[in-house]
Write a protein of this length. Structure first.
Length: 412
């Protein structure tokens, strides 16, 4: 049998061990031509003759859990692949700073904490509070003074009116008293405006609570740094004792339920892009999970070094699995589609470096078919060559079929 295999049919085996055994058989019969044929690539090995077939009776199939299904064409969107990086959604991110300078006394939030809007992230001591507090107290005192002045001017106006009725005061004196009263009322209005201004500086700018204004002290006059939104603390740049300057960023807070991916698209693929195109993201952290997003914005200029365009993809991230700085590959739909065959990845086995699936020829005969797999996605493998619609393939238990085939080949 071995002489016939090597000298006549030139059948090919799927494993290096089987090839070695067959070559030895050829050598014993002096058939060097058969040995040369056995050096062809492994993709051809699994395609030829009966050596890539195995018989398993139906009872054994059922016991081993082997399941077979017919393959069919499915519509597959055409897409381009671009590498990139996950970044924060800047529309849902706040870079928190301080309106004034000061020295940090207390820090109550750290990286990874989830905070609500209004949460105090840190407190600091600032001379600006002392100065504003002094101006506020001066304005309050001025209001009292102007209120007394208004009361006095009103009494003088009323007195002049009575004296004028008794012909004991002149018209000019009455008019002067009216003028003095209006001036006093203007002074009171300006004093109240000053109080409001200083209150706003303390409460709106320095973020002190209004309830603390009447009784400011060393504890209540500490300037709080407050979270302007709900989200996760992504970065913290201060510790107790740090000196903060006005406008300096001290915290970064972001709502991670949505992130951006900045993908670098080759210049040759730019014409295929449209805002709104669907995209799937694959990461090393979650290789079997695709994250779906859409193209939101195309860059305005190419990177002169890489000749790529930055493309922003918005990706929902409800479970916060995607983290800033993760590398990812984006598969961006081009808006067209093609038909292709898919099989579960479990159906694909490796024989001597070649991807194969097992097609059922009859109730108990299986044949190894070399296939080409351009893409794998969501637990499925796309088959571009090696199968045709209607083929019955092993979708579960393919490893058992592979093992039985190798055992039978070694036995031969």
């Amino acid at each position: 049998m071995m002489r016939q295999y090597c000298g006549a049919s030139h059948w090919y085996a799927g494993l290096a061990m089987v090839i070695t055994l067959l070559l030895q058989g050829c050598g014993m019969n002096g058939d060097t031509g058969g040995a040369k044929a056995e050096k062809k690539d492994s993709a051809q090995d699994v395609k030829s003759g009966g050596a890539n077939q195995v018989k398993i009776d139906p009872a054994a199939q059922q016991k081993a859990g082997i399941k077979v299904a017919a393959v069919s064409l499915r519509s597959l969107p055409q897409y381009l692949v671009a590498a990139g990086q996950v970044v924060l959604d800047e529309e849902l991110t706040s870079h928190v700073g301080s309106y004034t300078d000061g020295r940090v006394v207390q820090v109550s939030a750290t990286v990874g904490d989830f905070v609500q809007k209004g949460t105090i992230l840190a407190r600091m001591h600032s001379h600006d509070v002392h100065e504003t507090r002094a101006a506020y107290e001066t304005a309050l005192a001025d209001v009292k003074h102007q209120e007394n002045n208004v009361d006095y001017s009103r009494r003088m106006r009323d007195r002049m009116n009575r004296l004028f009725q008794l012909k004991s005061a002149s018209r000019q004196e009455v008019e002067k008293s009216e003028t003095d009263l209006r001036a006093a009322e203007t002074g009171l209005t300006n004093a109240k405006i000053s109080v409001t201004k200083e209150e706003a500086h303390l409460t709106d700018i320095l973020a002190l609570p209004a309830s603390a204004l009447p009784n400011l002290n060393e504890t209540t006059e500490l300037v709080p740094i407050v979270a302007p939104m709900a989200g996760t603390v992504i970065d913290r740049k201060i510790t107790p004792g740090s000196v903060v300057e006005p406008g300096e960023e001290v915290f970064t807070i972001s709502e991670l339920t949505t992130v951006w991916m900045m993908a670098s698209v080759s210049e040759t693929d730019i014409s295929k892009l449209r805002v709104g195109n669907r995209a799937s993201l694959l990461t090393q952290a979650f290789p079997n999970q695709a994250f779906t997003g859409r193209v939101q914005r195309l860059g305005t200029e190419l990177d002169p070094q890489t000749r790529t365009l930055q493309v922003r993809i918005v990706v929902p991230n409800p479970e916060a699995k995607l983290r800033p700085a993760m590398y990812a590959n984006a598969q961006i739909d081009e808006g067209s589609s093609t038909n292709s065959i898919f099989v579960p990845e479990e159906a694909v086995q490796d024989i001597n470096g070649s991807a194969v699936v097992f097609a059922r020829l009859d109730n108990e005969t299986f044949e190894a078919r070399a296939v080409q797999i351009p893409h794998r996605l969501n637990g499925e493998a796309q088959i571009s060559a090696g199968l045709k619609p209607g083929d019955q393939v092993v979708v579960k238990g393919s490893f058992v079929v592979k093992s039985d085939m190798l055992k039978s080949q070694i036995g031969e």
